[in-house]
Design a protein around this ligand. Structure first.
Ligand SMILES: [Zn+2]
Length: 153
């Protein structure tokens, strides 16, 4: 199995996914699974690499507590918010200042990728983390959190 040239070229410029660039030549299950999910993920979820040319907003929280949910014996972690995600997904909660990472496979490169999302980085041509943060501010963050807790008058 060989990665298409365009995909290989794209990965070559991505430091977070360095492990995925290793050729598949009997180097173990992790490399094969990494490649499978990378290709599968790119093809079927539109998930791609972090865009290092487009940094997070300056005021994006830098102290979110990261909680990693690892897959169980059966592999996949099922959470509704991750429907359609392949490999892993990230859910930031600015009210509780927690960023939850759900891994469908316990692979370091996937966790590193999701940790980048917790730090506010987005994929190329996407702005999910940026939009979540901007929406939170538009809703007057702390007031929104009080409403959510039921503390509002
Ligand atoms: Zn991602």
């Amino acid at each position: 199995m060989d990665l298409p040239g365009r995909l290989r070229k794209r990965l070559a410029s991505h430091p977070l996914d360095a492990d995925a660039r290793r050729p598949i030549s009997g180097r173990g299950l992790e490399v094969k699974l990494t490649t499978f999910f990378l290709v599968f993920g790119v093809l079927f979820t539109g998930c791609n690499t972090i865009d290092h040319r487009n940094p997070p907003p300056d005021d994006f929280p830098k102290d979110l507590r990261i909680v990693v949910h690892r897959p169980g014996v059966l592999g996949f972690v099922g959470v509704r918010e991750c429907d359609g995600a392949i490999g892993g997904c990230t859910i930031a909660d600015f009210c509780s200042e927690v960023c939850r990472i759900y891994l469908q496979l316990d692979l370091k490169w996937i966790e590193d990728h999701e940790r980048s999302h917790c730090a506010g980085w987005d994929h190329s041509r996407e702005s999910h983390m940026r939009d979540q943060w901007e929406n939170y501010k538009l809703m007057d963050g702390p007031a929104f959190c009080m409403l959510r807790r039921g503390d509002a008058q």
